[in-house]
Every structure is written in C-alpha cells, then in structure tokens.
Design a protein around this ligand. Structure first.
Ligand code: SF4
Length: 309
C-alpha cells in the first residue's frame, strides 16, 4: 500500500468503501445466480495484468473469507514473451498478496510473428494459442473452474458485435463449458460495471501492465461499439442497465427463432403466451428508466416496463 493510499481522506475512504461494497455485492450476486462457485472448487483465476483481472482476484479473495463454502484460488498469468513485458511485476504483487500463483512462460509472441504475414491481424491465432495453454494448465493443476475477468460492459459489447457483424442474438455467458468441452468457465464480474472497475483499480493503484505490448491494433469493431455504448450511456442514462436486464428477461415467443420457440404448433387453443400478440399496435415506451435506476445498478431488480417513467 503506497503513502497515497494511506492518506485517503475520510470522504475518499467513504467513496472507496461504497464502491468496494457495490463490486463485492454484484460479484456475489452473479456467483449465486449462476452457481459459479461450489464447495471444494479449485478456481484458476486468469490474470492478464489489466484492471479487470486484478479486481476479480481482489474481490474473489475477499469473498473467500466470508463465503459459506470453501474454495481455493490459484492465480495464473501467461507470459507470452511480448517485447517489454515487465516480468517482475506480477510475481512481486502476487507474493505480497500471499495467494498461490503460477506464471507460465510460453513464447507465443514469436510463433504468431512467424506465422502471420505482416499487416494481418494476429489476435485470432494468439488467443487460440493462449486458450490452449491455459486449458492445459487448468487440467494439470486440477482446477475445477477457470475464472475470467470479463464484466457487464464486455458482455453487452459482445451482444452488439454478434448482432451487428454475426447475425446472432448471442453475448458472452457468465458460466459455460469451454469450447474444448473440458472446463467450466466462469465470469464472476458479469454484473459489474466497467466504470466501477476503472475507479476501483485506480484507487487500489494496481500495477497495471499495458495491453498493447504485442503491437497489435485494437479490434476496431469492438472499439466502435464501445464508443456507441458510451455515448448512449451519457445521453440516455439507464439504457445500458436496461439492456443488460433484457438479457436476463428473454421472451422467445416474441422473437423470431422458430427453433427456439415452437411457433408451428400454435393454434387458436394455445392460449395467451407471454402477454400474447397486441395485434395492430406496436409496443410503446414513454421514456428511459428513471435516474434512480441508474444510480445503483442492482441486477436483481427486474424493471417492469409498466413502471418505466
Ligand atoms: S491484442 Fe496482442 S496479445 Fe492480445 S490477443 Fe491480440 S495479438 Fe494477442
């Protein structure tokens, strides 16, 4: 803890406690809603050196102390040998926390440089290699879960990426089995706002490792969506919260996926399903959710359309 942290004023300390409580509460709620952590779990916490994974480790360690179940945490970082990667930062930090950890060293950077022609995007091969190494390691250490630091805004961005560019109504699941079918992947920060994590990481003064060491350009499509969402968040407070709640309130009978909902069997005896069809009218909404709903993001709050002011 630096002098600056020690010298927080009373007001700063109050704000910090409030923020920490909110992130803890949202994380605890997501863990409970999706049954992410069970008694006896050994959780491999993937640490990139960015604000999200530092926050996730911190909050999981804090929840571990008060959780009704007992679970083990192992922090894991993959050093991909990117030029300028500050090797000492994570071991020093993790030692100071007293958490069990492993740094895996694999030169995927050279492989990617070697295989991908100049000017082409390197991320898909790089992340495929990274996934393979982390899955293998999880198996070696007998991890029962793999925890990733994606948050609510990552999930919403992915939803839009899939809609805009993939033609799918699909986001990033808070809990699912990995693509190789061998691991349970969890995202404990699924209910946490990125802006809370940014503030928290800043106040905690984490030793952040820059994410541009590989020299790759950021994903432009994701950047554009992020920008669009940030603009909406400023112009229409509550919209992001409402969109996230929408993902937890899916009404298949009012979408158009005939494989998800059996439209074909509907006849006049089927009864009114999920409010039925409102015939000649289109659904109308007065305005955005009220300001109070955005002050404190409470994922357990299912906003009823009838109550939107
Ligand atoms: S940004 Fe760099 S490190 Fe990240 S996936 Fe792409 S190539 Fe790999």
């Amino acid at each position: 803890m630096t002098e600056q942290t020690q010298e927080r004023t009373k007001a700063q300390q109050y704000n910090f406690n409030k923020l920490q409580k909110r992130i803890r509460r949202n994380t605890g709620q997501a863990i409970a809603d999706f049954n992410m952590i069970e008694d006896g779990d050994k959780i491999m916490v993937c640490l990139s050196g960015g604000k999200d994974s530092f926050t996730m480790l911190d909050i999981l360690m804090s929840l571990q102390k008060s959780a009704p179940v007992s679970f083990q945490l192992v922090a894991v970082n993959l050093d991909q040998k990117q030029p300028g990667f500050p090797e000492h930062i994570l071991p020093e930090y993790l030692k100071s926390l007293g958490v069990e950890y492993t740094i895996i060293e694999e030169d995927t950077y050279s492989i990617v440089q070697d295989k991908i022609p100049e000017g082409k995007t390197t991320c898909s091969l790089c992340s495929r290699l990274r996934r393979g190494i982390l899955y293998r390691h999880a198996k070696e250490i007998g991890a029962t879960k793999i925890a990733l630091g994606h948050h609510r805004d990552d999930i919403i961005e992915t939803l839009f990426l899939n809609m805009f560019h993939g033609g799918k109504l699909k986001a990033m699941p808070p809990k699912l089995v990995s693509d190789n079918g061998e691991h349970v992947v969890i995202r404990p920060l699924a209910y946490c706002r990125e802006k809370d994590i940014i503030k928290y990481a800043d106040m905690k003064e984490y030793p952040i490792i820059p994410c541009n060491l590989c020299g790759s350009q950021p994903n432009l499509q994701r950047q554009n969506i992020k920008q669009m969402l940030n603009t909406w968040d400023k112009q229409f407070p509550g919209r992001i919260e409402s969109m996230f709640r929408a993902m937890q309130n899916v009404v298949p009978s009012h979408l158009a996926d005939y494989e998800l909902f059996d439209f074909k069997s509907i006849d006049k005896d089927s009864g009114v399903i999920n409010g039925g069809d409102i015939g000649f009218d289109k659904e109308e909404f007065d305005s955005q959710p009220s300001a109070e709903t955005v002050m404190e993001f409470d994922p357990s709050l299912k906003l009823d359309v009838a109550n939107v002011e």
